[in-house]
Design a protein around this ligand. Sequence first.
Ligand code: PEP
Length: 253
Amino acid sequence: MRPKIVAGNWKMNNDLQQGRELAESIKALQGEIPEPVNVIVAPPFIHLADIGRTIADTRLKLAAQNCATEEKGAFTGEVSAEMVRSTGAQYVIIGHSERRSYYQETDQVVYQKIEQALRNDLFPIVCVGEKLEQREADQYFSVVAEQLEKSVFQLSAEDFGRIIIAYEPVWAIGTGKTATPDQAQQMHRFIREKIEENYSSKAANNTAILYGGSCKPSNAEDLFAQPDIDGGLIGGASLKSRDFIQISQSFTL
Ligand code: PEP
């Protein structure tokens, strides 16, 4: 069966001391995480090594929020997938809508980052999702299909086996406006069908597809009860340890 995952994207929040405190308080609550649920924290790059040490030997796993398209060299300010891996991180978020819109990341860039992540033994958490105007114009399926085709569907079946997908409708991120469980389920089902078309029914069954967009303790249970939703990528609510842990307890097990 595919894994159940709750990943917290801290974005550009918390200085090092605050980040440490948040990691410590999540760690203190880790005994409350239900056994089959994988909980991942994604602090800013600069905190990775430190927080990696804090959560070593716990059930918590570490992710970066991004990585470079290139392997190494004269790319001032960039952080390579190899550097991310060397901090103990096992996952990396790639293609978040904030990267796509504020830093002009195209599907081609997303693909290059996925390749770097895979080469360095990281599990990519690849974000896809439509903007509000695309939802309103009924283009959401075609937008997501194109994002998948130009990025993860370029991979071999073996490499695709390491991919986690996060469906994050852009209009629901940080807005307090969540996709309804039906809307999210419909898209997750669609993504799973596309995986089956491109790879196999086994790949479709085994791929974890997370929902992201104003997911919080009050709506996580209804979202996670959907058959094709395998967990969440959580922004705002991951900055409060109690809320974050409560979300991890929202699966019907
Ligand atoms: C995110 O940034 O991936 C996200 C889902 O944010 P929020 O939960 O704050 O909407």
